[in-house]
Design a protein around this ligand. Sequence first.
Ligand code: FMN
Length: 372
Amino acid sequence: MMSLNTDPETPVAIGASATFSDLAFVRDRRVGRLATADASGTPSVVPVCYALLEVAGAPAIFIAIDEKPKGDPRSLQRVRNIQSRPDVSMVVDDYSEDWQRLAWVLVRGSARMVEPGEVEHAPAVAAVRAKYQQYASMRLEHLPVILIEALTTTSWLGSGALEGIAEVRSGRDEFAELVRGRRSVRAFSSRPVARWIIEEAITAAGWAPSPHGRQPWRFVVVESPERRLALADAMAVTWHEQLSLDGQDDAVIASRLAKSRDRLIRAPVLIIPCLYLADVDVYPDIDRQAAEELMAVQSLGAAIQNLLLSVYAAGADAGWMCAPLFCPEIVQETLGLEATLQPHALIPVGYAAADPVRRPHRPVDELIVAWQ
Ligand SMILES: Cc1cc2nc3c(=O)[nH]c(=O)nc-3n(C[C@H](O)[C@H](O)[C@H](O)COP(=O)(O)O)c2cc1C
């Protein structure tokens, strides 16, 4: 009898020397390092995605063999190793710069291949799919899976690792690095940006919170050098007028305009996040309507932050220019946008020509003004 056990609240059956807390730690993480050895004892380690299940009331780990563009998945080193030597180990760990939070669990077990049609195969495929949405479209039904059973565990937890550890999600450290590493870049090299980076960033933007889930934002991508130039020239007219109104002298105006123009022309891609209010709730009173639109703008900011983080995570850089806010009609007209698309910002995307100088960030006790 086999049962799926992907719910973090459900205890996992404990093996002879596998502790519940070790197995819960393994179950709640997303990547392990699987060590196998060939007949002569030569080791091999690969990162693996896995699911923890019960087989006949005992914990077991299933690892899918990914659909590969070419070649026989059964010829993979790990598969050949398991077939000649079933003893395997898998390490699942948390790394943190705060070493009190370090933690790892070493699982040892006996592995075998489970072929399509065998009793464990379908639940294994369902379990890895439930855990990793990336498997949704892969034809795992036709591929064998690795089953590791007779599990034993050994673990080590730093003194701070247990505090709230069950709730900590994987990627926490990477997240902190991304948040701190992202920077507003104002000088770009001419290196082009791959299309997937832009698509991934706009996909990330699409996961931002929004009022009633209405997603009141759309994105315009401007890549053609002629269009970027046209946009820079069209906006320069407004910039010039506004800087003159501020009483700036001609030399300062010329220098600022040249810098802004340079950014739009050098960055290989511009993304223009637009507020899109066509789907937001409509209220009879001005106050609630204004609040609804303000929420949409707040949501646009959240979407832009997702976008910026995604670009940075992909190894590229972005900036944030507010210029379209001051001349939305000019941007609409130059790019031929419908009136429902209100350009709110301009995000140049590319690769930094130099690391920008950043202002110091306020410490947390300055940011929290009350904790009542
Ligand atoms: C709404 C908004 C508008 C911004 N507009 C501009 C802009 O027009 N030009 C610019 O160089 N930076 C602009 N920025 C970027 C900020 O200057 C930048 O985020 C800030 O200096 C902190 O630097 P960091 O992003 O590197 O942490 C804008 C940021 C926000 C949130």
